[in-house]
Every structure is written in structure tokens, then in C-alpha cells.
Write a protein that binds this ligand. Sequence first.
Ligand SMILES: Cc1cc2nc3c(=O)[nH]c(=O)nc-3n(C[C@H](O)[C@H](O)[C@H](O)COP(=O)(O)OP(=O)(O)OC[C@H]3O[C@@H](n4cnc5c(N)ncnc54)[C@H](O)[C@@H]3O)c2cc1C
Length: 441
Amino acid sequence: MNIQWNQKTIPVISDSEVAVIGAGPGGLGAAVMAGRRGRKVALFEGSGRPGGAAALCEVSPFMLSGDTEKFFDAPVFTGWLERIISYLPDGLQQKQAAAECKDSSGRLITPAIAALAAEDMLLEAGVKLFYHFRLVDVILSDDKEKIDYAVLHSKGGFAAARAQVFIDSSGDGDLAALAGCPFEYGDEMGGCQPMTTCFDMGDAEVLGGDVRCQEFQEVSQSCFAQAVRDGKLTSPRENLLCFNAHDRHAVHFNTTRIIGLDATDSLMRSEAEITGRQQIREYIKFLREYMPGFERSTLRTFGDAGVRESRRICGRSYLTRDDVNRCCRFPDGIARCNYGIDIHNPRGKGTEVTYFKPEDYYEIPFASLVPQKITNLLIGSRCISGDVAAHSSFRVMPTVCSIGQAAGVGASLAVENSLQASDVDGSTVRRELNIMGAQLD
Ligand SMILES: Cc1cc2nc3c(=O)[nH]c(=O)nc-3n(C[C@H](O)[C@H](O)[C@H](O)COP(=O)(O)OP(=O)(O)OC[C@H]3O[C@@H](n4cnc5c(N)ncnc54)[C@H](O)[C@@H]3O)c2cc1C
């Protein structure tokens, strides 16, 4: 059943040069870079904190995109990581800072610290923060080629935000979809990668002191296989996926698997939260009953169900599996990535994973951040233009931070040169990124 719903007169609460929707890694990159260029930036975030999946969904660690000595993703991601490390206590700080970037122990995330560090950077860049404001609609120009206002909802009701350029960093491409930009969803059978509810267990004695050691891996995978045979675990995963945490008595689990639900449908997303937590209940019992060292372990935290994949906004350029495999470079390449293809099966068990040699990488062209149809919008998020395989690679947080920072620089150039965002030259964005510390050449 549908009902009629009256439009209201609503206040304009913000008039900025650049408005960013979503404060995840992409929104952080976008807002910080535009702010550092002196632009008037407003950032609207539906939750009460920045950091996106790192802060809200307990995702850890940052995946590596870089060679053996350095990350590709300067300056915002590297600045974020440095700031995160600065919040750690003595000892842990030195340990994490000393870890080479290829060692994931140098890239661990505590969600609360990720949020504090991101907020530090946003405030220092002069970004005006609007927490608890969720984008719900857009008002387009008469010719339907520009976004005049973003319509937001908060406890106070509806409000509008005006901007010269908008950046969609919502992860799911909410702004672009509301504005009518074409997008793709899922693979050839319409399936997206599964969602996962991450959780941390504390008060554990980790065999070998490190979940990456052979002893822990052999024992935990064999316990997992036995529990599956015993019918104790319903998560449709092929193995147990876990990572170290800062606390040596804690383990981070990225091992629930929620299939067949569309993250852009809130009824299904609600169901996903329940399914993810149902799997956590099973995992708690499994760990205590089957896994040596976890007999007295406690559930410490869990995040919101994390979304790996949803809409992919069609752009001026479209990055493909082939581009990734052939390590393609572009004159308007605005980020480097060498995290491999990593597709968790949308329909059940199995994960396709490929690896790059440390010295190899592909580039992401600025044109894949430029959506079709709307001229004052850029995408600064995981939902840029590309196929399922390319998306599964560039979706990792360091790379998304770099995608965001390119959107922030692109939007700033549009304002500074009185251009439409869609007319900004991508090779100029690359040059400006380098001047601001991106190290792309
Ligand atoms: C389970 C899981 C495990 C992962 N593991 C890793 C890993 O180990 N390492 C790694 O580097 N990457 C990992 N990733 C990938 C990575 O976390 C995401 O791809 C990345 O966070 C995407 O960044 P983003 O800024 O585009 O979106 P998000 O991080 O999702 O941030 C989007 C932000 O926008 C806000 N928002 C959304 N819609 C609206 C709206 N309508 N109005 C206002 N605000 C809105 C959200 O609240 C959120 O804060 C994982 C992802 C998942 C789901």
C-alpha cells in the first residue's frame, strides 16, 4: 500500500563550496583535502562519528596497498594511521609504528581510536561537521543536471544543504542514486558480496600468541571444520577468518557471512543485523566449546553489519578485472592500488583471492569518480565506476581514502576555477594531489 505524503517548508542549514555525504574513509579523504585547500566544506554523517566501517562496523586491520616499504595512500590515509598510532600507549605505539607496512600488526584498528583520529583531522582541516544528519533526498536544478540541495533528516526533522559541488562518500552511492545517476548492482546473477558482522572476543589465550602462527591456524581451522560437521555453525563460510587485536588476549573475527540481502533495502539490512548477530551467538558457543584457549573468552564488541558491495555508480570511465590484472596506468590516475581481487562468494562458501607482486600496481582514473548525468557531483567512496572484480580490489580502506582525497581535490578545483566538477581535468587533479603529498609520480 502507498500513501500520499505532504512536502514541507524546510530550513537551509548549510551553504558550502563543497558538501560531502558520509564520513567513512572516502569522506575523510574528500573533506580533509578540500578543507586543506581552504574550501568551505560541510560533512554530513548519518551516525554520530567519523571513520565509516572502521569506526561503526569494527573492520580491522587496514589492508595493505603499497610496496614493502611504504603505503601508496598518502597523505590522508598515512596521516590517519599516524594519528591512530599516536593514541596508543607507550610500547604499543612503538611496536605498531615499527612494524613494516607489509605486516598487518602495523595496521590494526581500534574503532574508537579510528573515530577520534579521523575527527582530529577533519577539525584541523576546518571542516564543518554535521553528525546525525542522514541524506534522504535531493532537489535538482530545473534542467536536472545539477544537485541544488541535499535533503537531510535529523531528530529536528528535515533540512536542506546547498553546495557548489557535492561528493558522494556514502559507500552505497545514496546521493548519486537519489540524483538519478545510472548505477550497477551485483554480478551477472544480481548478487553482491556478503555482508559481515565483525566481532572481538577477549579474555582468550591465543595459541602461539599470534593468530597468524601455524599452530593457531591449524588448530582453529580443524575445530571450525569439526563444528561445521557437528552442525553447530550455520555461517556459510569455508573457514574461520580472524585477525590479531592490540590486546594480546583478544581476537578480531571477520567470519560471519550474510548472503542474499540487499544493503540498499533497509528492511533487508535490518534482517542482516539479526542474521549476523545470530551467527555471533553460535561462534561464542563454538569458541568456548571447541577452541583451546577460548574456554573463558568473552564477547567484547561487535559492529553494525558491514557492507562490502552494493551500488557501483557508472562513470565516465569503467575499471575492469582486466585493467586490474594488466596493472593499467592512466594519465588521470589519481590512486595506486595493489590489493588483489577479493570476492567473497555472494551465494555461499568460497572466496576468490588474487595477489600482486609488491612492486606491481594499477591506477584508478579520475574519470571513474565522475558520474554520468549530474555535473556538480563526484564519487569519493567505494562505489566508483568499475566491475565486480575491480571493486573487490579498490574497496579497501587505504585505497578508498585516496579515492576520496581525489574527489576532494577535484571538487576544490571546480570551485577555484569556476568549472563544473564533471569538466575538471583529471591529470590536473593528479598533479595537485602530488603537490599535496600523494606521491603518484
Ligand atoms: C565486513 C567487512 C570487512 C572488511 N575488511 C576490510 C579490511 O580488513 N581492511 C580494509 O582496508 N577494508 C576492509 N573492508 C572494506 C572497507 O571497510 C570499505 O570498503 C570502506 O570502509 C569503504 O569506505 P567508504 O568511505 O566508501 O564507506 P563506509 O566506510 O561505509 O562509510 C560510509 C559512511 O557514510 C555514512 N552514510 C551512509 N549513507 C548515508 C546517508 N544516506 N546519509 C548520511 N551518511 C551516510 C555511513 O554512516 C558511513 O559513516 C571491509 C568491509 C567489510 C564490510
